[in-house]
Design a protein around this ligand. Structure first.
Ligand SMILES: [Zn+2]
Length: 362
């Protein structure tokens, strides 16, 4: 080969070729940055917070050392993601992350995550079909993603958020039976359990009934882009049940680890899969009073604060971020597309730009 041609080839090849072929977006609903970065708050182990007796919670989640404490609550996040990926949002280390919508409730938050901007006509959780084309719908319309995009969650509003009617994306709400794609006997059994297990919440079901179906469906259908929404963190918090809120956070972390381990053992996913883990909104803090953490809305201070974690072959292992400029929920949509080698900003000019430091360096 002539030397000149060799040189041209060398210098025209990107230093780091895009490796992400598949992406999972996983959202434990309303899980505060305070518990993510500080672990369990022992001052919240009160009767009012349904956290008595406190001894079992202390046994499971309490360490004087902050790093040991948060690792006890979310071990996958604070071992694998913290060493191999990136975690944004620690306000104690000057790395804030926030939502840009002013409402601080779920539908506006999920819409901002998947569409890349605040939609001012979506102010609450009313079930209206999303007027905007999300990055999920944008990618689903491309031939190499068609039929390879799916969403699983625990809430009957997700089909509206992803506009399943218009987008054609499979959106499983965790309540109705899962009927699309290749189904397995395990999925059929979970469908029966969904029907027969009394629902604690009027529009949501337990995380296990969504996650277990998703996990099984993913193995059988290998989606390239997949959302998993885990709602129990938010539901228990609204009940003021700190014990179950913490356990739901811990279980979410275990689900994420299990899915990551599955991906690393599967030929379709191994080494080619990125996880983005975040939340749709924050919740109240002590400043708002002892029960402010129960809720989240525009009036309660602190509900704009979120966290974002990214783990995958293209994302530099910068770990827990400190002293960063603010990253926003609106940046996630374009980050998803960019990691998959697509340009969402070109299709949706209102979308915020990707989180640059989460992308491969060129
Ligand atoms: Zn909520």
């Amino acid at each position: 080969m002539p030397k000149l041609l060799l040189l041209i080839l060398l210098f025209s090849t990107p230093l780091h070729a895009q490796q992400t072929q598949n992406l999972f977006l996983i959202i434990p609903d309303g899980l505060r940055w305070q518990e993510v970065f500080r672990g369990m708050d022992s001052s919240m182990l009160t009767k009012e917070n349904k956290a008595e007796p406190a001894a079992p919670l202390r046994e499971a989640f309490w360490f004087e050392d902050l790093e040991a404490r948060r690792r006890a609550l979310m071990p996958f996040l604070w071992t694998t993601v913290a060493t191999e990926g990136q975690i944004y949002g620690n306000r104690d280390k000057n790395a804030p992350s926030r939502v840009t919508n002013p409402y601080h409730v779920s539908y506006p938050g999920y819409s901002e995550v998947i569409c890349g901007f605040a939609e001012f006509s979506i102010t609450n959780n009313t079930k209206i079909p999303n007027p905007n084309v999300s990055v999920f719908e944008f990618l689903h319309a491309k031939p190499n993603f068609a039929g390879k995009v799916a969403a699983f969650g625990t809430w009957d509003t997700y089909p509206y958020i992803f506009n399943s009617l218009r987008s054609g994306i499979l959106v499983d709400d965790g309540i109705a039976p899962l009927t699309r794609g290749t189904l397995t006997p395990t999925i059929e059994a979970i469908n029966t359990l969904r029907k027969e297990t009394p629902r604690r919440w009027s529009s949501a079901h337990f995380d296990s009934l969504s996650y277990r179906a998703a996990r099984e469906w993913i193995a059988a259908n290998t989606p390239r882009l997949c959302f998993i929404g885990l709602g129990e963190t938010d539901e228990w918090a609204h009940e003021g049940d700190y014990a179950n809120y913490l356990k739901a956070a811990h279980r979410s972390d275990a689900y994420i680890r299990e899915l990551w381990d599955f991906c690393q053992s599967h030929p379709t996913y191994k080494g080619t899969t990125t996880f983005i883990i975040t939340t749709d909104h924050g919740r109240g803090d002590h400043d708002g009073g002892p029960t402010a953490w129960f809720n989240h809305n525009a009036q309660t201070p602190g509900c704009e604060a979120i966290w974002i974690a990214i783990l995958g072959p293209d994302t530099p292992a910068l770990g827990e971020r400190r002293d960063t400029s603010e990253v926003t929920q609106a940046q996630i949509a374009a980050t998803i597309a960019a990691l998959l080698g697509e340009d969402y900003n070109a299709a949706e000019p209102r979308a915020a730009k990707p989180i640059a430091e989460a992308l491969p360096s060129r």
